[in-house]
Design a protein around this ligand. Sequence first.
Ligand code: UDP
Length: 234
Amino acid sequence: MKYKRVLLKLSGESLMGDHQYGIDPKRLEQYTDEIKSVHDLGVEIAIVIGGGNIFRGVQAEASGIDRVQGDYMGMLATVINAMALQSALEKGGLYTRLMSGIKMEQVCEPFIKRRAVRHLEKGRVVIFGAGIGNPYFTTDSTASLRAIEVQADIVLKGTRVDGVYTADPEKDATATKYSNLSFQEAYEKGLNIMDMTAFTLCQENNLPIIVFDMNRPGNLMRIMNGETAGTLIN
Ligand code: UDP
Protein backbone atom coordinates (compact mmCIF):
# COMPACT_ATOMS: atom_id res chain seq x y z
CA MET A 1 0.00 0.00 0.00
CA LYS A 2 1.27 3.45 -0.90
CA TYR A 3 0.15 5.01 2.39
CA LYS A 4 0.27 3.55 5.87
CA ARG A 5 -1.90 6.05 7.73
CA VAL A 6 -4.43 8.29 6.04
CA LEU A 7 -6.90 10.92 7.06
CA LEU A 8 -10.10 10.73 5.07
CA LYS A 9 -12.25 13.86 4.97
CA LEU A 10 -15.90 13.39 4.05
CA SER A 11 -18.30 16.29 3.74
CA GLY A 12 -21.62 16.16 5.49
CA GLU A 13 -23.35 16.70 2.17
CA SER A 14 -21.83 13.53 0.75
CA LEU A 15 -23.85 11.54 3.28
CA MET A 16 -27.12 12.83 1.83
CA GLY A 17 -26.75 10.63 -1.22
CA ASP A 18 -29.92 11.03 -3.28
CA HIS A 19 -31.80 12.60 -0.38
CA GLN A 20 -32.45 16.34 0.00
CA TYR A 21 -31.14 16.43 3.55
CA GLY A 22 -30.03 14.09 6.33
CA ILE A 23 -28.28 10.78 5.92
CA ASP A 24 -28.71 8.16 3.21
CA PRO A 25 -28.12 4.68 4.68
CA LYS A 26 -27.11 3.34 1.25
CA ARG A 27 -24.35 5.91 1.03
CA LEU A 28 -23.12 4.91 4.48
CA GLU A 29 -23.02 1.27 3.39
CA GLN A 30 -21.13 2.17 0.25
CA TYR A 31 -18.53 4.19 2.18
CA THR A 32 -18.20 1.37 4.68
CA ASP A 33 -17.32 -1.07 1.87
CA GLU A 34 -14.74 1.33 0.45
CA ILE A 35 -13.15 1.98 3.84
CA LYS A 36 -13.18 -1.68 4.84
CA SER A 37 -11.50 -2.79 1.63
CA VAL A 38 -8.41 -0.68 2.32
CA HIS A 39 -8.48 -1.23 6.07
CA ASP A 40 -8.38 -4.99 5.50
CA LEU A 41 -5.07 -4.49 3.71
CA GLY A 42 -3.56 -2.86 6.77
CA VAL A 43 -4.07 0.87 6.14
CA GLU A 44 -4.67 2.89 9.31
CA ILE A 45 -7.65 5.16 8.79
CA ALA A 46 -8.77 8.29 10.58
CA ILE A 47 -11.89 10.09 9.39
CA VAL A 48 -13.14 13.64 9.76
CA ILE A 49 -16.74 14.17 8.83
CA GLY A 50 -18.50 17.45 8.11
CA GLY A 51 -21.97 18.57 9.09
CA GLY A 52 -23.18 20.56 6.11
CA ASN A 53 -26.07 18.15 5.47
CA ILE A 54 -27.53 19.18 8.81
CA PHE A 55 -26.26 22.60 9.82
CA ARG A 56 -23.64 25.19 8.93
CA GLY A 57 -22.63 28.08 11.17
CA VAL A 58 -22.83 30.63 8.35
CA GLN A 59 -26.50 29.71 7.75
CA ALA A 60 -27.25 30.56 11.34
CA GLU A 61 -26.61 34.27 10.91
CA ALA A 62 -29.30 34.48 8.24
CA SER A 63 -31.84 33.07 10.68
CA GLY A 64 -30.82 35.46 13.44
CA ILE A 65 -28.74 32.98 15.40
CA ASP A 66 -25.42 34.27 16.68
CA ARG A 67 -22.48 33.01 14.60
CA VAL A 68 -20.67 31.37 17.48
CA GLN A 69 -23.83 29.62 18.62
CA GLY A 70 -24.39 28.51 15.01
CA ASP A 71 -20.88 27.13 14.75
CA TYR A 72 -21.41 25.03 17.85
CA MET A 73 -24.65 23.77 16.30
CA GLY A 74 -22.62 22.85 13.22
CA MET A 75 -20.09 21.00 15.35
CA LEU A 76 -22.86 19.03 17.03
CA ALA A 77 -24.21 18.20 13.58
CA THR A 78 -20.88 16.58 12.73
CA VAL A 79 -21.23 14.36 15.80
CA ILE A 80 -24.59 13.10 14.52
CA ASN A 81 -22.95 12.20 11.20
CA ALA A 82 -19.99 10.67 12.97
CA MET A 83 -22.27 8.46 15.07
CA ALA A 84 -24.14 7.30 11.97
CA LEU A 85 -20.86 6.50 10.22
CA GLN A 86 -19.55 4.73 13.31
CA SER A 87 -22.63 2.51 13.40
CA ALA A 88 -22.29 1.69 9.72
CA LEU A 89 -18.59 0.84 10.04
CA GLU A 90 -19.23 -1.38 13.06
CA LYS A 91 -22.06 -3.12 11.27
CA GLY A 92 -19.52 -3.75 8.52
CA GLY A 93 -17.25 -5.51 11.00
CA LEU A 94 -14.72 -2.76 11.73
CA TYR A 95 -13.56 -1.68 15.15
CA THR A 96 -14.01 2.02 15.64
CA ARG A 97 -13.59 4.86 18.10
CA LEU A 98 -15.32 8.20 17.97
CA MET A 99 -13.32 11.06 19.44
CA SER A 100 -14.83 14.48 19.88
CA GLY A 101 -13.43 17.99 19.96
CA ILE A 102 -16.18 18.85 22.46
CA LYS A 103 -16.52 16.72 25.58
CA MET A 104 -19.52 14.38 25.43
CA GLU A 105 -18.71 11.61 27.82
CA GLN A 106 -21.83 9.53 27.25
CA VAL A 107 -21.36 9.47 23.52
CA CYS A 108 -17.66 9.43 22.71
CA GLU A 109 -14.14 9.92 23.95
CA PRO A 110 -12.55 13.34 24.10
CA PHE A 111 -9.84 13.87 21.50
CA ILE A 112 -6.47 13.02 23.03
CA LYS A 113 -3.70 12.80 20.49
CA ARG A 114 -1.85 9.92 22.12
CA ARG A 115 -5.00 7.87 22.45
CA ALA A 116 -5.94 8.55 18.87
CA VAL A 117 -2.58 7.28 17.69
CA ARG A 118 -2.90 4.21 19.90
CA HIS A 119 -6.33 3.41 18.44
CA LEU A 120 -4.91 3.69 14.94
CA GLU A 121 -1.99 1.43 15.78
CA LYS A 122 -4.46 -1.13 17.07
CA GLY A 123 -6.33 -1.06 13.78
CA ARG A 124 -9.35 0.87 14.94
CA VAL A 125 -10.91 3.32 12.55
CA VAL A 126 -10.91 6.63 14.41
CA ILE A 127 -13.59 9.18 13.62
CA PHE A 128 -13.03 12.75 14.74
CA GLY A 129 -16.32 14.47 15.51
CA ALA A 130 -17.20 18.02 16.60
CA GLY A 131 -14.48 19.56 14.47
CA ILE A 132 -11.66 21.23 16.33
CA GLY A 133 -14.10 22.20 19.04
CA ASN A 134 -13.80 25.92 18.27
CA PRO A 135 -16.08 28.24 16.29
CA TYR A 136 -14.87 29.95 13.10
CA PHE A 137 -13.19 26.79 11.87
CA THR A 138 -14.31 24.18 9.37
CA THR A 139 -14.06 20.44 9.19
CA ASP A 140 -11.48 20.88 6.42
CA SER A 141 -9.27 22.67 8.95
CA THR A 142 -10.03 19.88 11.39
CA ALA A 143 -8.90 17.34 8.80
CA SER A 144 -5.59 19.16 8.25
CA LEU A 145 -4.94 19.67 11.95
CA ARG A 146 -5.80 16.15 13.05
CA ALA A 147 -3.82 14.66 10.17
CA ILE A 148 -0.75 16.59 11.30
CA GLU A 149 -1.31 15.65 14.93
CA VAL A 150 -1.62 11.91 14.30
CA GLN A 151 1.10 12.07 11.62
CA ALA A 152 -1.01 10.81 8.76
CA ASP A 153 0.79 10.46 5.44
CA ILE A 154 -1.89 12.29 3.50
CA VAL A 155 -5.29 14.00 3.64
CA LEU A 156 -7.77 12.36 1.27
CA LYS A 157 -10.55 14.79 0.56
CA GLY A 158 -13.51 12.85 -0.77
CA THR A 159 -15.84 15.03 -2.81
CA ARG A 160 -18.40 14.58 -5.56
CA VAL A 161 -15.99 15.98 -8.17
CA ASP A 162 -13.12 13.78 -9.26
CA GLY A 163 -10.35 16.29 -8.64
CA VAL A 164 -9.24 19.90 -8.99
CA TYR A 165 -10.15 21.60 -12.28
CA THR A 166 -8.99 24.75 -14.05
CA ALA A 167 -12.54 26.06 -13.52
CA ASP A 168 -15.74 24.71 -11.96
CA PRO A 169 -16.54 21.68 -14.17
CA GLU A 170 -20.22 21.91 -13.24
CA LYS A 171 -20.34 25.40 -14.79
CA ASP A 172 -17.59 25.44 -17.43
CA ALA A 173 -17.48 22.65 -20.03
CA THR A 174 -13.92 23.56 -21.12
CA ALA A 175 -12.52 22.99 -17.61
CA THR A 176 -9.71 20.43 -17.43
CA LYS A 177 -8.50 18.42 -14.49
CA TYR A 178 -5.07 18.64 -12.86
CA SER A 179 -3.51 15.35 -11.91
CA ASN A 180 -0.78 17.01 -9.85
CA LEU A 181 -0.32 20.52 -8.46
CA SER A 182 2.05 22.21 -6.06
CA PHE A 183 0.64 24.16 -3.13
CA GLN A 184 2.18 27.30 -4.62
CA GLU A 185 0.48 26.76 -8.02
CA ALA A 186 -2.85 26.06 -6.38
CA TYR A 187 -2.52 29.23 -4.32
CA GLU A 188 -1.44 31.42 -7.24
CA LYS A 189 -4.24 30.15 -9.46
CA GLY A 190 -6.74 30.72 -6.67
CA LEU A 191 -8.01 27.14 -6.90
CA ASN A 192 -10.58 26.30 -4.33
CA ILE A 193 -9.30 23.12 -2.69
CA MET A 194 -9.93 23.78 0.98
CA ASP A 195 -10.42 26.96 2.96
CA MET A 196 -7.20 28.92 3.46
CA THR A 197 -6.69 27.87 7.07
CA ALA A 198 -6.88 24.20 6.14
CA PHE A 199 -4.78 24.68 3.00
CA THR A 200 -2.03 26.63 4.78
CA LEU A 201 -1.81 24.08 7.57
CA CYS A 202 -1.11 21.36 5.01
CA GLN A 203 1.34 23.47 3.06
CA GLU A 204 3.35 24.54 6.09
CA ASN A 205 3.58 21.00 7.37
CA ASN A 206 4.32 19.31 4.03
CA LEU A 207 1.17 17.28 4.24
CA PRO A 208 -0.03 16.28 0.77
CA ILE A 209 -3.71 16.33 -0.17
CA ILE A 210 -5.57 14.24 -2.72
CA VAL A 211 -8.95 15.52 -3.87
CA PHE A 212 -10.94 12.64 -5.31
CA ASP A 213 -14.43 11.34 -6.02
CA MET A 214 -15.39 9.22 -3.03
CA ASN A 215 -18.60 8.13 -4.74
CA ARG A 216 -16.85 6.23 -7.48
CA PRO A 217 -16.42 2.65 -6.24
CA GLY A 218 -12.81 1.52 -5.92
CA ASN A 219 -11.29 5.01 -5.90
CA LEU A 220 -9.98 4.76 -2.35
CA MET A 221 -8.29 1.49 -3.27
CA ARG A 222 -6.84 3.02 -6.44
CA ILE A 223 -5.22 5.74 -4.36
CA MET A 224 -3.78 3.18 -1.96
CA ASN A 225 -2.35 1.29 -4.92
CA GLY A 226 -0.62 4.48 -6.06
CA GLU A 227 -2.81 4.88 -9.14
CA THR A 228 -3.95 8.33 -10.17
CA ALA A 229 -7.44 9.03 -8.98
CA GLY A 230 -8.19 12.69 -8.46
CA THR A 231 -5.66 15.48 -7.99
CA LEU A 232 -2.56 15.34 -5.82
CA ILE A 233 -1.44 18.60 -4.20
CA ASN A 234 2.04 18.45 -2.69
N1 UDP B 1 -17.52 23.98 12.74
C1 UDP B 1 -16.84 24.81 13.62
N2 UDP B 1 -15.59 24.45 14.04
C2 UDP B 1 -14.95 23.33 13.59
C3 UDP B 1 -15.62 22.51 12.64
C4 UDP B 1 -16.90 22.85 12.24
O1 UDP B 1 -17.37 25.83 14.05
O2 UDP B 1 -13.81 23.06 14.01
C5 UDP B 1 -18.92 24.29 12.36
C6 UDP B 1 -19.08 25.34 11.28
O3 UDP B 1 -20.20 26.12 11.60
C7 UDP B 1 -19.35 24.50 10.04
C8 UDP B 1 -20.15 23.36 10.59
O4 UDP B 1 -19.54 23.11 11.87
O5 UDP B 1 -20.08 25.22 9.11
C9 UDP B 1 -20.18 22.09 9.77
O6 UDP B 1 -18.91 21.77 9.25
P1 UDP B 1 -18.50 21.99 7.70
O7 UDP B 1 -19.25 23.16 7.14
O8 UDP B 1 -17.02 22.03 7.63
O9 UDP B 1 -19.05 20.65 7.07
P2 UDP B 1 -18.98 20.12 5.55
O10 UDP B 1 -18.97 21.31 4.62
O11 UDP B 1 -17.73 19.33 5.41
O12 UDP B 1 -20.20 19.26 5.42
